[in-house]
Structures are given as C-alpha cells and as structure tokens.
Design a protein around this ligand. Structure first.
Ligand code: ADP
Ligand code: MG
Length: 565
C-alpha cells in the first residue's frame, strides 16, 4: 500500500534518477489504487505513465449517467476536462529539471471525442495521466516527489473525480447535450437532410490558432425557406437551417462568410461542448471535406470518372503518382472518399483546383473534348447524387455554371444566408453561352482496393508507427503527411491512427480484404473491446482519441510505400 511507497521513496532520496524505475507497481491509497505503469528514464524524457483506479462506489457517479456509449463518452470527457483544470489550478512551483513535478492529462479541445484518458466501467473509474518525476540535476528529489504523489495528486483526484465534489448540474447538462446532438444527427436522414445549422450558432472562430468561438460574431440565422425545427430528447426545440440532400451551392461575395460556414459543417461530424457556438451544427457523420492536395502520393486509385486520356496513355483506372497535381489529387480524394463510404462531400473553392471544378462554355469551344483529360466535377456532381446517393455542398463564388446543376443555392450576405435558388435558376435559363456536358460516358463509380502486406516490411522487419504532432505519422523512416485531412481535430486522434496502422499491418492485413473492410474490422474490434484494445501497452494505453474511418483510411492512403494488389 501507500506506506510501502513512502518507504521506498524515502530510501531513494538523492540517488540517481534511474532508481525511480523500481517504483513500477500498484499501491493502495485511501480512495484509489495508484498504478505506476511506466517510469521515465531521465527528467527530460516523456513523463511517467500512471493510472488512478477507483472503485465506482467511491467515485459515486450514478449508473444512469453512463449506461449508454454516448453518455459514457460525455462523462469521460467531462472528467478529463475537470482533471485537466485541477492540474492547472495547482500550478507548478517545482524548481526541478525537465518536466519535474508536473502532472499531465490528455487535453480536450472543443470537440467531445471518445478517449482513453478516463475509462468508466460499471465497477471502476480509471484516470490515465502522466507525471514528471522530480529531479534536481539527475538526482531524485524526495520532498518534491512526496508532495506530488501524496498531496497534489490526491487533491486533484478528490476534486475532479469524486461525484460529490463535481459540478453536478454541468455534468448532467453535458450528458444531455451529447444525447441531443447525437439525436439531431440521427434525425438528418429521417428529414431528408445532410446538415443542420441552428439559429444563433456562432460559426467563426477566435483566430486562426484558436478554436474557441469569436466574440461579437454575427449569429447564424436561417433563411425562411430552409428553416426547420427539431424536437430533441431533452425536450428542447431548436430551429435552424436544414440543408437538404442533393447539391447545394454556397455563393456570395468574398469575405462574406462562405468558408466559415463550410468549415463549421466540416466539424459538424463531431459533437461540441457547451458554449462552443457550434453545439447544434450537425452534419452527416461520414461527411468528407474534399480539397486539392498537390504533391500527395496516390496508389492505384480509380480516378477515371474525372480524369481520362492522360498523356502517354497513363492508366487512370488504377492511377498512381508520387506527386499528384491539383486536379489529380482532388480527383483521388473524391474517389477515396467514395471507397470508404460517404454521403456528403464538402468542397471549398479556396482549396480546390479550378480545372477540377469547372470548365466554361468558351473554353469548351476552344479546347476539344478529346484534348482535355478532365471531366470537371460539375459534370459528375449530379450523377454522384442521382446514382450513388452522395450529396455535395460546395462553395463556388466565381462561376455561375453550377447554377445548372444545383438543387439549392444559398448566398452568404454579410454573414447571413439567403435563399437565392430561384434567381440563380432564372439566370441559368436565360443564358446563351451554355456549356455542354463534357463526358462521353457515365460515372461508373470507383474501385475498392486491397492493400498488400509488403507495403509495411521495410528492410525485412516491421517498424513501429509513431505520431509526430497532429499532422504527421512516422513509420520507420517514412513520414506520412496527413496535413491535408482537415477534419482531423486532435493530436490524440493521430496517436490513435498510428496505433491503428500498427494493428492493421500486424493483425488484420490479409491481402483479401479491401482497405475499407480492413478499417471496418478495426472499428468492430474497438467497438467490442474498447479503445484501449488497440494499444500494445499494458496499463496506461497512451493518449488516444478515436478518429473517424475516413481519417484512418486517409492516413493509410497517404503512406508513400503503400502497395495495392
Ligand atoms: P469567404 O469564404 O466568403 O471569403 P470567410 O468565411 O473566409 O469568407 O470569412 C471572412 C472573415 O469573416 C473571416 O475572418 C471570418 O472569421 C469572419 N466571419 C465569418 N463569419 C462571421 C460572422 N458570422 N461574424 C463575424 N465574422 C465572421
Ligand atoms: Mg472563402
């Protein structure tokens, strides 16, 4: 028990740092068990990994608050934020070296994600955190170690995990909020919608580096034509703009808030915390932002629906390149999204290749069909919806060609959306310089690809995958750049993708399953056995947050040594 830990610590005073290693083990405290799973080897190394394991009865959180997956995620997120806040309150007065005397826990952003930071089971609650074991130089600092383990940690735990000490109202509200958001997302399909933006939502963010809501922003107000009201399980009713299935065009002058609206819809695949301003901006959970990503690697993707007859007869049914152009990368991103499965594509002119999006009547007259490899998105967007059930919301502020194919046209005017569908349709009708449909054949869909095992054996051995920040993953010496995936929101999702790739290459890859099927297997496992099960560590599993299938597959597809059957 903890007396033992006290004794061992006492005997360590002033000894060399590596002696800390022998602390590994479990110690019984008054209200919890402290599990020291991994001890850092020096004060500058990543901090030591520990868990607090508490009996559910002592914790006291009622079962009704955690009896479904969604509720469990809501409570776990709440406790993680609490624990984080209590750490900040305690501050750090340590004078030691490196991360000495500091406690860390995974940091939550504006989204509420499934995480490993706090595990809630029927019989126990487990907090996974890290501690910088105190040192002066490279010598163990007894006093500081005693303080952090026997004073600070118990205080943080007491204040942030024990139900009686929590802000019960806020906890309850967070659970209700998540349930309402999940319900709203389920209602989309029933109402024939792909997205919903509640009135009074705050869409813009504080700055390019802060995801908090902008202060004094113009609040969202739905155009009358699109306004619907959702009755939520909590009894609350929210009104706002329902964006129907089909093709929705967002137009408007520069700087009038188009990209801000689309960005909010991109994030609408996730649930958000109270006060975020986007609590009821809800999109189909499989919505994918599509952008040009020149320079990316593409491996045997069927982009023939968009690109054909490339110079030198390059095959576009199984198109590969190590350095995709704007248009080919965007075509590959669409094809891959269709492979994993999506019901909604989100496209912004700011990050699109113009020649992928449009080709106007004049250009069609000048450059013969046979000479142009690209069938622009405008000639496929209707087929995608009619034949494949995939809706698109896109911003095109610079060309009216999309008026012909759009089902709805929304204009952003000083941050306020207006319905301009009829006017746009009239203009389209009266126009003489019409463009022609530019393809000779129908869109035939995409090809499901089977990843090969040999993609992952560099120099004969299997390396480990490791996340480096939010936007890159290191596999052996190979860097996977995933900065093109704008719907990835958290470093811990990247950590999780790295472990999922590890698991995928070691256990699931069998040369019969397609990438999409392989991903489904992994998600099934996580669903059944929990997010911990993807980690190879025992005890503290690392800071993981569940990414979507879209982002997991997206990372695999950006791996430059990926080989496809
Ligand atoms: P567009 O894509 O139409 O050119 P943006 O969406 O990029 O315009 O928005 C331009 C600027 O206006 C951004 O700095 C954004 O933060 C700000 N903005 C967007 N929506 C609002 C709003 N509702 N209230 C206040 N400022 C906003
Ligand atoms: Mg823009």
């Amino acid at each position: 028990n903890y007396k033992e830990l006290e004794k061992i610590l006492f005997s360590m005073d002033g000894k060399s740092y590596s002696v800390y290693k022998s602390l590994k083990g479990e110690y019984k405290f008054e209200k919890y068990i402290l599990a020291i799973d991994h001890v850092q080897s020096d004060p500058y190394a990543p901090p030591s990994k520990m868990r607090v394991i508490m009996d559910r009865k002592i914790c006291g959180i009622p079962c009704e608050l955690t009896d479904t997956k969604d509720k469990n995620i809501a409570v776990s997120d709440f406790l993680t934020r609490n624990f984080y806040r209590e750490i900040q309150k305690i501050g750090n007065d340590s004078t030691g070296t490196g991360g000495s005397g500091r406690i860390f826990i995974d940091r939550c952003g504006q989204e509420i994600l499934e995480r490993t930071s706090v595990l809630i089971k029927r019989d126990k609650v487990e907090v996974r955190f890290e501690m910088g074991m105190p040192a002066r130089g490279r010598r163990i600092m007894l006093k500081a170690a005693q303080k952090i383990i026997f004073e600070q940690l118990p205080e943080i735990v007491e204040k942030s995990i024990i139900y009686d000490n929590l802000n019960k109202k806020a906890l309850n509200e967070q659970v209700i909020l998540v349930l309402d958001q999940e319900y709203a997302r389920k209602m989309l399909k029933e109402k024939g919608l792909v997205a919903f933006v509640a009135n009074d939502s705050v869409l813009p963010r504080e700055s390019g580096v802060s995801d908090r809501p902008m202060k004094n922003a113009v609040k969202f107000k739905s155009p009358e034509k699109f306004e619907i009201t959702l009755k939520l399980p909590s009894g609350k009713e929210v009104s706002g703009m329902g964006i129907p299935k089909g093709i929705t065009l967002i137009v408007g002058g520069g700087y009038h808030g188009k990209s801000t609206l689309l960005a909010a819809l991109e994030r609408g695949v996730y649930n958000h915390i109270a006060q975020d301003g986007r609590e009821f901006i809800i999109s189909e959970s499989d919505a994918v932002k599509i952008r040009a990503e020149d320079g990316r690697n593409v491996e045997k993707v069927n982009i023939s629906g968009f690109i054909n007859n490339l110079p030198q007869n390059k095959d576009t049914k199984a198109f590969s390149t190590e350095n995709a152009s704007g248009s080919t990368s965007q075509a590959a991103n669409v094809a891959e999204a269709l492979e994993y499965g999506t019901s909604l594509l989100l496209i912004d002119e700011d990050t699109s290749a113009t020649n992928f999006m449009i080709r106007d009547g004049r250009m069609q007259k000048l450059v013969a069909k046979e000479k142009e490899p690209i069938t622009p998105f405008i000639d496929r967007v209707k087929e995608l919806y009619d034949d494949f059930g995939v809706s698109t919301i896109l911003i095109v502020g610079g060309s009216g060609d999309y008026f012909d194919v759009a089902n709805h046209v929304i204009m952003m005017d000083e941050y306020v959306p207006k319905d301009v569908t009829e006017k746009a349709k009239e203009i389209a009708k009266s126009d003489e310089n019409k463009r022609e449909f530019s393809s000779n054949d129908k869109f035939k869909g995409v090809t499901q690809r089977i990843p090969l095992k040999k993609s992952f054996s560099q120099s004969g051995k299997l390396d480990k995958t490791k996340a480096k920040g939010k936007y890159s993953i290191l596999y052996g010496k190979e860097l996977i750049d995933i900065s093109g995936m704008e719907q990835l929101v958290d470093d811990s999702q990247t950590n999780c993708i790295a472990l999922m790739v590890d698991y995928f290459k070691n256990k699931v890859l069998d040369e019969k399953l397609t990438l999409s099927q392989v991903a489904d297997r992994i998600y099934e496992k996580i669903e059944k056995e929990g997010l911990d099960s993807i980690s190879s560590y025992t005890g503290h599993p690392g800071n993981l947050a569940l990414p979507r299938k879209q982002e997991f597959c997206g990372a695999v597809n950006r791996y430059r040594k990926l080989k496809i059957k």
